[in-house]
Design a protein around this ligand. Structure first.
Ligand code: CDP
Ligand code: CDP
Length: 230
């Protein structure tokens, strides 16, 4: 399986990472791993336990003890925490507003990165997040930094909302901007483009166009690797 590579996709909220990464993985028959869901799972459990979101030692201990299993599904990845499927509870407003505080904690980041590296050992993984190309998988054979304009990212997220969601487009744009700011300004493994990552601005592009571009880059990277081995 020397032609299997790892693909890291990082970028801000609403850039299309999850949507595109899943499609790229399915096109290449790779495994898709959504690392944001892992930070969301820790946040869910911390909020449930009433632990303060800036208590590194207590949230860190909680994260160390959580058994987090990601099951690849055709529609979406299922997240099992301590045997319970929490997938449908990870994308609430409450978690959106707290997750970037949890994601600043050093013990939490260390634990997540350890788990994520283990998942990528066999190669053939498409992993999306904030620090995959810079920190978790610095040796990934393909790194993509996926962006889109802040307005378009907010509009994409707005379209996903339930009709009864009490949130305006402007409010949503603010929430996303605040999360991006926290992710970019944190001390440990902040959101930024790796030096050797390809920048892909998806503003005005369709999901299929972006997917195709990354698949082609992936195939080219795998071919180069194969040629080098011969
Ligand atoms: O889907 P969306 O872009 O809204 O967020 P996500 O990918 O589910 O990630 C949620 C949050 O987890 C991010 O805003 C980051 O604070 C954190 N995260 C991180 O710090 N590092 C990662 N590799 C992935 C997510
Ligand atoms: O994971 P991330 O936060 O980067 O974005 P996402 O959860 O994949 O959400 C992106 C949303 O924008 C989805 O509803 C996609 O259908 C849509 N979209 C996209 O991902 N890429 C485009 N080029 C256009 C639209």
């Amino acid at each position: 399986h020397s032609f299997r590579i790892n693909i890291a996709i990082d970028g801000p909220a609403g850039a299309g990472k999850s949507t595109v990464a899943r499609k790229v993985a399915s096109a290449l028959r790779y495994i898709y791993i959504d690392t944001g869901a892992m930070y969301r799972a820790v946040t869910l459990k911390a909020l449930e336990s009433g632990i303060s979101t800036d208590d590194d030692s207590r949230v860190g201990q909680l994260a160390d003890e959580l058994d987090i299993v990601l099951l690849p599904g055709s529609e979406s990845q299922q997240v099992i925490v301590n045997g319970e499927n929490v997938t449908s509870r990870l994308r609430t407003l409450d978690i959106n507003r707290n997750v970037s505080y949890i994601a600043r904690l050093s013990r939490v980041r260390k634990r997540m990165a350890d788990l994520q590296r283990r998942m990528a050992l066999e190669k053939g993984v498409v992993m999306d997040g904030r620090d995959i190309g810079t920190h978790v998988l610095p040796d990934a054979e393909l790194k993509v930094f996926l962006t889109a304009s802040p307005r378009e990212r907010a509009e994409r997220r707005f379209k996903e909302l339930e009709a009864d969601a009490n949130l305006t487009l402007d409010e949503l744009e603010k929430e996303i901007a605040e999360r991006d700011r926290l992710d970019q300004e944190r001390e440990i493994a902040p959101l930024r483009q790796a030096e050797d990552a390809r920048l892909l601005d998806s503003t005005g592009k369709t999901v299929d166009e972006v997917t195709e571009e990354i698949v082609q880059w992936g195939l080219a990277a795998a071919r180069t690797l194969l040629a080098e081995e011969k």
